[in-house]
Write a protein that binds this ligand. Structure first.
Ligand SMILES: [Zn+2]
Length: 376
């Protein structure tokens, strides 16, 4: 195998197997030469990726995407862009390149490692994301305010990179995306690692309070064995409950819970949906069952789908999913939301996605495809 691809696989596994950087199947990596770019396929996990997990594409054809005029209707446009992305694939045609392929192509550096690190998102999902990014990284980084993913984000990043290059003479090696994560680009993988180590250290220097413990205890409630009685749509579902000192903190009362009741990033929505349901403490088991099913019915009326995360006051968090594997992913991603919320307190507190931003993701076909793959 090509040494460059071996390096790409090594760095992909390095970051992919570290939960501080990658949770559930998130993040993606790429390597490019003059003609081709190799990028992680959608739905493949970085932790265990090998040469079969990458798709190679023609850079010339990808550049065509940025020059072309697409439909002004956002859903139609995403379908057209997706078709052109598929057209640019060299091999294998049956894998789907990461939804973030065109962003990787914009970055001139050979290696690009894109992740959603918890501490980075403690800044990026806070009320002071832009300000703190400027303070910590100055002209070293490009900051992109939240933009709907897909073609619009691609255009905004392209413009940001061009302006940065005009001002600084070279492309940025760090690109921070609000309510999303970071792209790090360099010509060698060791330089990518160095940039990551430095940026994590800068952010850590601004974290004042120690994160509460995350060692988990499993929680069995009356709900666990009676999921199907909560709502007809939950027939066959699994309820997996856990708690930890961190979870105890956020489920202690509703005032704390509002700091973690919505999604921070599009990935949160893919795994956990956008809204999380709080259930106040009840007098007994029957009351807990009744209160939970009433609140689930209310949630369903409001959003049109069932919740995946229940926060039970003074008990813990329960994931509702159709398999144990999916329920574990929900818990991992939701626990990460709690950590991000905790870290964001150093930067003016949590900033969730807005209702419009959430609605865009809920209607986005590309994310639905990822949801399907993540389950299989
Ligand atoms: Zn991403």
């Amino acid at each position: 195998m090509d040494q460059n691809l071996e390096d790409l696989i090594r760095i992909s596994r390095l970051f992919g197997s570290d939960p501080a950087f990658v949770i559930a199947g998130g993040g993606n990596t790429s390597y490019k030469n003059e003609e081709k770019i190799w990028i992680k396929a959608s739905g493949i996990s970085l932790a265990t990726i090998d040469e079969n997990g990458f798709v190679s594409l023609s850079r010339e054809k990808l550049k065509g995407i940025s020059r072309k005029q697409y439909s002004s209707d956002s859903l139609l446009r995403e379908i057209e862009v997706k078709a052109d992305l598929h057209e640019a694939i060299i091999s294998p045609k049956e894998l789907r390149p990461s939804v973030e392929t065109s962003l990787h192509e914009l970055i001139d550096y050979r290696y690009v490692v894109h992740t959603h690190p918890t501490k980075v998102n403690g800044v990026m999902c806070s009320n002071q994301a832009a300000k703190v990014c400027r303070e910590l990284f100055g002209a070293q980084a490009l900051f992109i305010p939240y933009t709907d993913p897909g073609y619009v984000l691609f255009k905004v990043v392209a413009e940001g990179i061009a302006k940065y290059k005009e001002a600084n003479g070279s492309q940025p090696q760090l690109i921070f995306l609000e309510n999303h994560g970071v792209f790090v680009g360099a010509d060698t993988t060791s330089e990518v690692e160095m940039h990551y180590a430095e940026l994590m250290a800068s952010i850590e220097s601004r974290l004042s309070q120690q994160l509460p413990g995350t060692e988990r205890r499993s929680v069995t409630t009356v709900l666990t064995g009676k999921v199907e009685t909560l709502h007809p749509g939950l027939a066959g579902f699994t309820a997996l409950g856990i708690t930890s000192p961190l979870i105890d903190l956020y489920t202690s009362d509703e005032e704390m819970f509002v700091k973690a009741n919505k999604s921070f990033t599009p990935d949160d929505i893919v795994y956990c949906k956008a809204h999380y349901l709080y259930i106040p403490e009840q007098g007994g088991e029957e009351e807990l069952l009744a209160a939970t099913s009433a609140r689930i019915a209310g949630y369903f009326d409001q959003y049109g789908y069932l919740p995946k995360v229940l926060a039970l006051q003074n008990l813990g968090v329960v994931a509702l999913e159709d398999s144990l594997k999916s329920a574990r992913n929900v818990l991992d991603v939701y626990e990460n939301i709690l950590k991000i919320s905790f870290f964001s307190e150093n930067f003016g507190g949590p900033k969730f996605m807005s209702d419009d931003q959430i609605a865009f993701i809920d209607n986005w076909e590309v994310e639905n495809y990822r949801r399907k793959i993540a389950k299989s």
